[in-house]
Ligand binder design. Sequence first.
Ligand SMILES: Nc1nc2c(c(=O)[nH]1)N[C@H]1C(S)=C(S)[C@@H](COP(=O)(O)OP(=O)(O)OC[C@H]3O[C@@H](n4cnc5c(=O)[nH]c(N)nc54)[C@H](O)[C@@H]3O)O[C@H]1N2
Ligand SMILES: Nc1nc2c(c(=O)[nH]1)N[C@H]1C(S)=C(S)[C@@H](COP(=O)(O)OP(=O)(O)OC[C@H]3O[C@@H](n4cnc5c(=O)[nH]c(N)nc54)[C@H](O)[C@@H]3O)O[C@H]1N2
Ligand SMILES: [Mo]
Length: 764
Amino acid sequence: MTRKAPAEDPGDSRLRVGPPKDYAAGLPAVTSALRHAHAQMGVRRSLLTLLSVNQKTGFDCPGCAWPEPEHRHRAEFCENGAKAVAEEATLRRVGPGFFAEHTLAELAGRSDYWLGQQGRLTHPMYRPAGGDRYRQISWDEAFAVIARELGALDSPDQAAFYTSGRASNEAAFLYQLFVRLLGTNNLPDCSNMCHESSGSALTQTIGIGKGSVRLEDLYETDLILVVGQNPGTNHPRMLSALETAKDKGARVISVNPLPEAGLSRFKNPQRPSGVLGAGTRLCDRFLQIRLGGDQALFQAFNRLLLEAEDDAPGTVLDHDFIAAHTHGFEEFADQARKTSWDDVLEATGLSEREIQVAFQEVLSARKIVVCWAMGLTQHRHSVPTIREVVNFLLLRGNIGRPGAGLCPVRGHSNVQGDRTMGIHEKPDAAFLDALGAEFGFVPPRHHGHDAVEAIRAMRDGQVRVFVALGGNFVSAAPDTEVTERALRNCELTVQISTKLNRSHAVAGRQALILPCLGRTEADLRPGGEQRVTVEDSMGMVHLSRGRLAPASDTLLSEIAIICRMADAALDSGGSQVPWADFEADYDRIRDRIARVVPGFEDFNARVRRPGGFALPHPPRDDRRFPTRTGLANFTVNQLDVLRVPQGRLLLQTLRSHDQYNTTIYGLDDRYRGIHQGRRVLFVHPDDLAAHGLTEGDPVDIVSEFSDGVERRAPAFRTVAYPTPRGCCAAYFPETNVLVPLDSTAEVSNTPTSKSIVVRLEAAH
Ligand SMILES: Nc1nc2c(c(=O)[nH]1)N[C@H]1C(S)=C(S)[C@@H](COP(=O)(O)OP(=O)(O)OC[C@H]3O[C@@H](n4cnc5c(=O)[nH]c(N)nc54)[C@H](O)[C@@H]3O)O[C@H]1N2
Ligand SMILES: Nc1nc2c(c(=O)[nH]1)N[C@H]1C(S)=C(S)[C@@H](COP(=O)(O)OP(=O)(O)OC[C@H]3O[C@@H](n4cnc5c(=O)[nH]c(N)nc54)[C@H](O)[C@@H]3O)O[C@H]1N2
Ligand SMILES: [Mo]
């Protein structure tokens, strides 16, 4: 399986490689953000728009899920937030004329970058069976097509409904209601490819699949471990939080195969020292770990903690906490004491001394927060790894007290809220009971497809209709060739989107594009101006109000689209659901959410208070652990050492500084020294030499998996880079073709996008 490099990718000619940066933000960040903003939306609109990001009366930044601080700067500055906003608020348009000029086949040959740069979608478009391009269609006709094709299915389980994490709480709630009224739980979402491993591990061990800290905990802690996360690029506002934590005396350790610039030094553009001076050194210690080595590292820490307690009984572990609040300690401790140093050193690639020195920091910290993102969640043993992080914090009572806890840092700005609203292919019974009682129906109980299962089902003809509420499934999903075949095998694909992307080009026999309002845009309904709500990474719920004039008069809000789709597709509009009322006034949706979802009581009133409100989190709030044992569970996890055959490398697929998932803002990765190119492969200089390669050589990356299928990503340029030996890195989505569909994390079924065994072949 080979995927051609899209024609307009600059390839070799324009690529420039310089040394990686050792600081993040500063003036170059401001300049870069403004350059993007001006190019997309002009100077005046840029200013207006950027001033209302994350303000109490403005819109929630569509960039990431990092929470807002109590005291906001007038425009809390974030380069990548500004780019995300510019991308949505762009003045460029993709209208019916564009689609008349371009066939689907032509669009499918373009890169994600080119597609995204065309601008905002303005009209509903339809590609009829046999047609080579989209043509304009009315909204009513579009909903009639959906109703017809859903109605033609033998079973509702032949349809799948994807959600990307930008959908608001209200949109997500109505979407899952519609899908369950239809009779299926086929609700795959981007979380399946993202933090599902965190959710799986945390639900089992602490009883709730969400992190246990608030922003203030970071300011109060002694030690922050940032594991498998690149906040300088992906959560830039987290750097300000780390800076504040440092001001208050916290230590920061980064565990990462790459020395990411944002974690070295931060030049806060809102502080004079950040603009003129050297900035703040954020990271006190860097553990350059091998890909997938974190489980071993935390097992080593846990063994060392137990041994330190043996040496000085009563001084290290929190015995009271363990006795009162946890289950399974003895079994865990027996196993942890047997952790083999040989395995640990092999898996981590670290020296025993490095681990011991870092452990001294652990030992002297009374309060610890562990933050993590995709570096922990996208491996085969991600769930055991995160369970081991939980063990680590439980040992010293670091959950459910100020300044300590678990901090999975979410990606999409409302991915956590969407799950709270019931976007889940394996919903829990209590949620379904409440939903059924509120709306007078019997929700389906059987589990639905997650993202990987949905691809298999489409490939095999079992799912015939695919609807996506946002996102870019074709580019985000693993095994690009298989995913493309799967989508093309559908009778109908429906994309509810703001911007053109590959999922519009690689579509079912019939295809619909339903263009919607974005976060930044005013949503005017007969019931007045409407606002939506979102939940951030730390369980805070707040309002988001768009300000800009919509990209086109034809656009509908996501909520309106869902209501009309449901009304058209469900027999007699779906029992007693007043879709038209919901569409007219979102307060009515919130009233229903308040009755169905725990923690949302009095939703409309509470969310109007400044800053919104916090959702309950039993472990954090009062050390209650709603697990099966009623206690926090220690777990025993077999160590997985990722061994790579001779001459092969382990590849991680990650984000550049100029992209938002599959949306490519530009072709630079400033912090890593890459300019004007994305088809680059970061390799240790000794590995380059061992392969007989030098920097700049063209290579094909070929992935090797037990299914024997050869997956090839052609025409990459090698870059000598400080990554651990045996490990290499390249950008997604160009490398998704290499991620085998069947290579997924145990339990969570998340694609192993951060550990793919590859070989390099000199390209011709
Ligand atoms: N600007 C911008 N912001 C974003 C996004 C974006 O694309 N652009 N995406 C959003 C989304 S949906 C998400 S989920 C987040 C993603 O945020 P991140 O998780 O920070 O994103 P990645 O680029 O995948 O980076 C993974 C990091 O983990 C490290 N890593 C990889 N494998 C391992 C490992 O085995 N162990 C350890 N310890 N480290 C490892 C990599 O070197 C890298 O630093 O960001 C969100 N915010
Ligand atoms: N190899 C590899 N693959 C990965 C990852 C990886 O690290 N490596 N990361 C995974 C992760 S963490 C994630 S979260 C997924 C992301 O997967 P997705 O969420 O599916 O992808 P995005 O690129 O964020 O989606 C971008 C599209 O969303 C649409 N959009 C933007 N804003 C809105 C809006 O407000 N409403 C609507 N309806 N549409 C909107 C636009 O049309 C845009 O083109 O990718 C995963 N895939
Ligand atoms: Mo994500």
